[in-house]
Design a protein around this ligand. Structure first.
Ligand code: 5U1
Length: 668
């Protein structure tokens, strides 16, 4: 039998050995013993700790396997705020960053910097007391975060106790992340298990760290790079570059691509170097963090409300990756346009799993000579919309098959038509079920009548069950049909029913835009409503009448004439009027065609100066705002749009390219 004293001594030896081997394995990537040998030591430790539970310590390697689930996470106040970073998007932005530093500290002749890869993970703070990890927290709102200590203990690359003595408190900050391979593997497993996929490695890291049961976190191969301390006074070094050596000596994993740069041009060179090797790295990076090296200068520069003046994130442009083109699907739009969609072997690029990308039209496929089974280069333009750039013909093995456009509609089998001079293939059948479904989705969407509580998913379900066939069908939907939908109940059904009822009181312009007539957007719909004043006049108009409306060109007039001459349209309008639509007075021309519309601008415009663009919006009766919120109708994107674009996409705000904005102004 082992005495408690013998057990204490053996446990101390085992912990030392296990810490050392974990450090060699996780931090230095240089294992000294086999997995089997490590496991034998670990099992011996577990058995002894089970026999002598009073000898278990907070830094024991046994703590890495996770513990019993928590009820919830408690909140931890950060002793110093965890700030975020301002972004830069070009070499000149980085030079401008230095100019600002010089203006702030005119007495400083040279600034030296540290440039580090910016990981797509989750920032955390680790608190060590007398060298032992005692608490770990997420960034949260920057002032306080969630206590995730039990989960952090499961990460092999995070030391449970520091390798060298460190008296008092030390607050280390860094990024928890998943390698791209582990992220893709995790998503593959989730896909097979029918669980929702993580959109990016950052979400996967966050989801893993927010498990109340740390035994689940322990199963995720999370990794960690340390990049700072909350207070430089806690460490015996004077600058960021020395801090990395100090943290490495304490047992932390430090990114090998960190570089000390003597001036801003060296920073820019490193930025391009990292950008070029980005896709070959085993983890996702979305930019590079630049910090003034000297702690004393950092202190003098200080912080703004949300970010330090002494650091900036240099973001990368659109990122690329290669994957397999599995198939091409042909989607039917609401106006019958057939859009080929690339179905891809899922891959993560710039933090998002891409499994579909548009191929625009037939010419695009022919030009690119795309074949099923091809390895293809995918790009997320502006880090948002995925597109197929080109195939990689060197990777072909002869099994690839050409992609042919269909000759009949995939939804209704009607022969497709391609008008001379047009790139788009269309289904001419206005009764095509796919067109009806897409029209319905448009009608209820924000660009249509914005029917609250009835999204496209619900519309698709109702449509597939045969409970909803076309737009007028919305107004005879039964509350019970909605309540019976999967994931719905009485409350959501009542909310949607109220919203459907309310949608009957609208303006003629809004109603016209909601119909989704080809080439007729919100602005043109406003012009038509104002000119014709009511639906009877409008639906009786000829092509010539439409051409009399200022701002309506021949393409629009033709589309309108065709639409209103179609017996199916007449039937649809009749049924909608019978459902009880009431239109408010159309706005007058002098109120401006953009009346009631709010615009926000982002990025550098090429066709207008910012102030000119704003003036034009105001002249047409619209409003311009500088902050993003639900009231914004359009985000106009110039070059390098920045974070507003992502936020706007999340909020479902309509994004306009500059040319679209110009066309809108010209027709307003
Ligand atoms: N590598 C690295 N990432 N990162 C993120 N360093 C770094 N520093 C940060 C943040 C938010 O903030 C400090 C400059 C305050």
């Amino acid at each position: 039998m082992t005495s408690e004293n013998e057990a204490r001594q053996r446990l101390a030896t085992l912990r030392r050995q296990l810490h050392h081997h974990a450090y060699q394995y996780y931090v230095l990537d240089n294992p000294l013993i086999s997995d089997g040998e490590y496991d034998r030591l670990f099992q011996e430790l577990l058995a002894l700790e089970e026999e002598f539970p009073q000898l278990v310590t907070a830094d024991s390697p046994s703590q890495r396997v996770g513990s019993l689930p928590l009820e919830g996470f408690s909140s931890v106040a950060h002793s110093h705020p965890m700030l975020s970073l301002e972004n830069s998007f070009s070499d000149d932005d980085l030079r401008a960053f230095e100019d600002k530093l010089r203006r702030f500290l005119p007495d400083v002749t040279t600034f030296t910097y540290v440039a580090e890869p910016k990981l797509d993970g989750l920032a955390v703070e680790l608190i060590y007391q007398e060298g032992v990890l005692v608490q770990a927290a997420t960034r949260g709102d920057g002032r306080s975060g969630e206590d995730i200590t039990a989960n952090i203990r499961t990460i092999g690359a995070i030391p449970l106790s520091l390798q060298n003595a460190h008296a008092g408190r030390l607050e280390v900050r860094g990024e928890v992340f998943l390698s791209s391979a582990d992220f893709n593997r995790l998503n593959r497993q989730r896909g097979e298990a029918g669980d929702p996929l993580f959109a990016n490695p950052r979400n996967a890291a966050a989801g893993s760290l927010r498990q109340l049961d740390s035994r689940l976190t322990a199963r995720r191969p999370l990794d960690f790079f340390a990049y700072g301390v909350s207070d430089p006074d806690q460490v015996p070094v004077r600058c960021q570059s020395e801090l990395f050596h100090h943290l490495a000596a304490l047992g932390f994993k430090i990114n090998p691509l960190i570089k000390r740069c003597d001036d801003i041009e060296a920073v820019i060179t490193h930025y391009h170097h990292l950008s070029s090797m980005r896709t070959q790295l085993p983890y996702e990076i979305d930019g590079m963090v630049v910090k003034v090296d000297d702690f004393e200068l950092q202190g003098r520069l200080g912080n703004k409300a949300r970010s330090p003046r002494w650091a900036i994130a240099a973001k990368f442009p659109a990122s690329q990756g290669t994957t397999i083109l599995r198939d091409v699907e042909f989607q039917v739009g609401r106006t019958g346009a057939i859009t080929p969609v690339a179905i891809l072997e899922p891959l993560a690029i710039a933090g998002v799993v891409v499994s579909r990308a548009t191929l625009h039209n037939e010419d695009d496929i022919t030009r690119k000579d795309l074949r099923r089974g091809d390895t293809v280069l995918i790009q997320r333009a502006g880090d948002v919309i995925p597109e197929v750039v080109k195939p990689v013909p060197e990777q072909r093995d002869g099994s690839e098959t050409p992609v042919r456009m269909p000759t009949t509609c995939p939804a209704c089998a009607t022969a497709l038509v391609r008008k001379e001079g047009e790139a788009v293939l269309r289904c001419p059948n206005t009764a095509c079920p796919a067109q009806k479904l897409r029209s319905l989705c448009h009608f209820v969407s924000k660009a249509g009548l914005d029917i609250d509580g009835l999204g496209s998913k619900a519309v698709e379900k109702l449509f597939s069950k045969g409970l909803l066939e076309d737009i007028p069908g919305l107004y005879s939907l039964k509350k019970a049909d909605l309540a019976a939908l999967e994931g719905w109940g009485e409350k959501s059904a009542a909310k949607a029913t109220r919203a459907i009822e309310k949608s009957k009181k609208t303006s003629l312009a809004r109603f016209l835009a909601a119909l989704g007539i080809r080439h007729i957007g919100e602005v043109t719909a406003g012009l038509l409503a104002e000119y014709f004043q009511n639906l009877e006049h409008l639906s009786a108009a000829s092509m010539d009448d439409f051409l009399h409306v200022e701002g309506i060109g021949s393409q629009m007039a033709e589309s309108l004439a065709l639409y209103f001459a179609d017996p199916a349209t007449r039937d649809l309008l009749k049924r909608l009027m019978e459902a009880g639509f009431e239109f408010s007075e159309p706005t007058q021309r002098d109120a401006g065609a953009l009346q009631g519309t709010t615009f926000l601008f982002t990025g550098k415009l090429q066709l207008f100066s910012r102030s000119e663009a704003k003036e034009r919006v105001k002249a047409a009766g619209g409003r311009v705002t500088s902050s993003l919120g639900k009231k914004v109708d359009y985000l106009v994107c110039g070059d390098k749009p920045g974070s507003k674009l992502n936020k706007a996409l999340e909020l479902g705000i309509t994004i306009l390219e500059e040319q679209q904005f110009q066309a809108m102004l010209n027709s307003s």
